[in-house]
Design a protein around this ligand. Structure first.
Ligand code: SF4
Ligand code: SF4
Length: 370
């Protein structure tokens, strides 16, 4: 299933220290026009109508998408009804939000779109995520918890992405216990912060630091994994190593070349939100290109080639190839100036598996699944 990451707006009510929007040179906030929103559903319909067995994911991303308010989402529902009468059942909506603007009205609309679980981000430990400017971290977290409670009351699920930064190092278990104590039904994912040019370099972490952070959590999660939610990257790694599941995140799957497409607020198509943030892999605009054309853009060839080049080169003979595929190409580009290298998270990946995951699996046997 191809997935469109839709950034309807760069506007946000928060100013998280590592967010690319906050550090952009141009301070003009862009929001997708109603024409672009309508064209998106025209494009989705033509794509799905030509592929009767396919589905399409549509992830509302940002900025903060809920800042657009109920009317914008109602318009999306209307456009989907108008342009996708025979294909709408095959559109899978999802959303990534900071939850701080969630209202009962918006929950009702998200349900209408078919959203069942909301992806969220929170960090009550570092003061790096906050509302307004200067960032108010306490207010962010208070309103985040209100949003989370609302989701629970309404029977909606929630997942959490935690971005690991320098100030979070040394607090791994405290953070893990806090996040799992929120009792979310969706997964909790730990991702290393990605700092772009001009971003706050002092927040960046090394591969080794990321492994140390994860290594502090893994034994605790592993010991009681039946009572914890899925935790990334542990759960997919364990399931893959036990041969129970082949699902991997986009950065590990080696399949991102063909599966993702980002639509920015200005109507520009890029590979994914990360490539868009970095001004890379531009596939034209949604006005001039169909989704099929953008998904077949020759600019993607370098990503397809990357797998072959790494498999025969830098990653040759690596026993973790099927779990990693060299990592995220955009990360590699930031680190080396080329997509055709592995990401520096290689060391973290190997270390995590060899020092923590494999010994636990071998000692624990296969009696209890993650
Ligand atoms: S470029 Fe990186 S972040 Fe974007 S889809 Fe591929 S692996 Fe994921
Ligand atoms: S762990 Fe390193 S060498 Fe192995 S596949 Fe990943 S990036 Fe390549």
């Amino acid at each position: 299933m191809a997935t469109i990451i839709f950034q309807p707006t760069e506007a946000c009510n928060a100013s998280c220290a590592y967010c690319y929007v906050v550090h952009k040179e141009s301070r003009v906030t862009k929001t997708a026009s109603v024409e672009t929103l309508e064209l998106l559903f025209v494009r989705i319909n033509e794509f799905l109508a030509d592929r009767p067995n396919d589905r399409m994911g549509l992830v509302w991303h940002g900025g903060e998408p809920l800042i657009l308010g109920p009317a914008y989402f109602e318009a999306a529902i209307d456009f989907q009804g108008k342009h996708c009468p025979k294909t709408s059942a095959r559109i899978r909506h999802a959303i990534q939000s900071n939850l701080t603007l969630l209202t009962g009205d918006l929950v009702r609309i998200l349900k209408k779109l078919g959203v069942t679980t909301v992806g969220s981000s929170c960090d009550p430990f570092t003061d790096l995520r906050g509302l307004g400017r200067p960032a108010d971290a306490a207010e962010y977290h208070r309103r985040y918890l209100d949003g989370l409670e609302l989701l629970k009351r309404e029977g909606m699920g929630c997942g959490i992405i935690y971005v690991v930064t320098k100030p979070a190092l040394g607090k791994a278990l405290e953070i893990f216990h806090h996040l799992t104590g929120l009792n979310v039904s969706g997964p909790i994912d730990f991702n290393p912060v990605m700092i772009h040019d001009g971003g706050p370099g002092h927040l960046g972490i090394t591969a080794e630091e990321f492994t140390t952070f994860l290594g502090a959590i893994f034994p605790v999660w592993w010991r009681d994994r039946s009572r914890y939610p899925d935790v990334g990257p542990f759960t997919p790694l364990v399931r893959n190593l036990l041969g129970e599941d082949r699902k991997l995140s986009c950065r590990d799957s080696g399949r991102c070349a063909d599966l993702y497409l980002n639509l920015g607020p200005d109507g520009r198509l890029s590979h994914c939100n990360r490539s868009c943030e970095s001004g890379l892999l531009d596939y034209g605009t949604i006005r001039e290109k169909t989704l099929a054309q953008a998904l077949a853009d020759p600019g993607r060839n370098v990503l397809r080639e990357r797998s072959r080049i790494l498999f025969e080169g830098e990653c040759r003979g690596c026993r973790f190839w099927s779990l990693c595929h060299g990592g995220c190409p955009v990360e590699a580009w930031h680190e080396t100036g080329s997509f055709l290298h592995k990401s520096s998270m290689c060391a973290a990946r190997k270390d995590l598996i060899e020092r923590y995951v494999e010994p636990a699996i071998h000692e624990g046997g296969r009696d209890s699944s993650p």
